[in-house]
Design a protein around this ligand. Structure first.
Ligand SMILES: [Zn+2]
Length: 263
């Protein structure tokens, strides 16, 4: 499921392929992923315009056109972008295809259709309406502490809450907690200043490092949880079998030996 590092990689891919070209056609193959707009409106608003710049916030990608209209992309569980050469076949689950003046196409592929595409007049307004917290890579140490220190609940649930901090999902929350050796069910109100500082540092470190690895698990450090996360996976630190449990409605993977629960 695309999280902040994945969406950052999509943004860079989008910027490298799809900016500054006239949009000649918008082909919606499946309108299910359109939110607050129709296939007709999407085509009408985008045809003849250009994508000029993009901005990532949390797990959202916003693309500005040269006409005060923003395209909003959310990648749901299986969304991705693919820029196609002239005669290249569109991926099987392409839901929307943008055709540029050079005949190249950008496909929004999404097998499971939890992704979303919409139009916005103002990104700021959208963020406000959604009540999203600060972006996980933009939030500073002071803000991070202020947001988290008065909370109650499992630390993992808090990290997943997009209204507190935006961008962290299931996989990277587990990775951050593995890095600081904290059990995902640890009650956040038990964390002192030092632990929150560590958590902040790890959040930034893991997200930045994941982006450097192009959000590709094969390029991630072997000392991370991610390459082993799942059934029969073993802790890269102590070699014991990883455990899973449901926390905040999501499956957490962790090492019960290395990640102690504060009590
Ligand atoms: Zn371990």
């Amino acid at each position: 499921m695309p999280e902040l590092p994945d969406v950052e990689i999509f943004k860079r891919y989008f910027d490298a392929t799809s900016l500054h070209q006239r949009i000649d056609d918008v082909n919606v193959r499946n309108a299910y992923i359109l939110k607050g707009t129709s296939a007709r409106e999407l085509a009408h608003k985008l045809k003849g315009r250009r994508f000029e710049s993009s901005r990532r916030y949390g797990k959202h990608l916003f693309v500005r056109t040269n006409d005060h209209v923003w395209l909003r992309l959310h990648f749901g569980m299986t969304g991705s972008l693919q820029y196609l050469k002239n005669n290249e076949q569109a991926p099987r689950h392409a839901r929307v295809l943008f055709t540029f003046a050079n005949s190249r196409r950008l496909a929004f592929d999404d097998q499971r259709q939890f992704g979303q595409i919409g139009l916005l007049k103002s990104v700021g307004e959208f963020l406000k309406t959604r009540g999203l917290g600060p972006d996980a890579l933009e939030v500073n140490h002071g803000e991070f502490k202020k947001i988290l220190e008065k909370r109650r609940g499992a630390v993992k649930s808090i990290l997943l809450n997009q209204k507190l901090i935006a961008g962290i999902g299931n996989i990277y929350a587990d990775e951050i907690l593995f890095h600081v050796r904290m059990h995902p069910a640890t009650e956040i109100s038990r964390l002192g200043d030092k632990a929150l500082t560590k958590l902040f540092g790890a959040t930034r470190y893991i997200l930045e490092k994941a982006i450097k690895a192009k959000a590709d698990v094969n390029r991630m450090p072997r000392s991370w949880l991610l390459p082993y996360r799942g059934k029969n996976g073993r802790c890269p630190r102590c070699g014991r079998k990883l455990k899973s449990s449901s926390i905040g409605g999501r499956t957490a993977w962790f090492c019960a030996h290395c990640q102690k629960r504060l009590s």
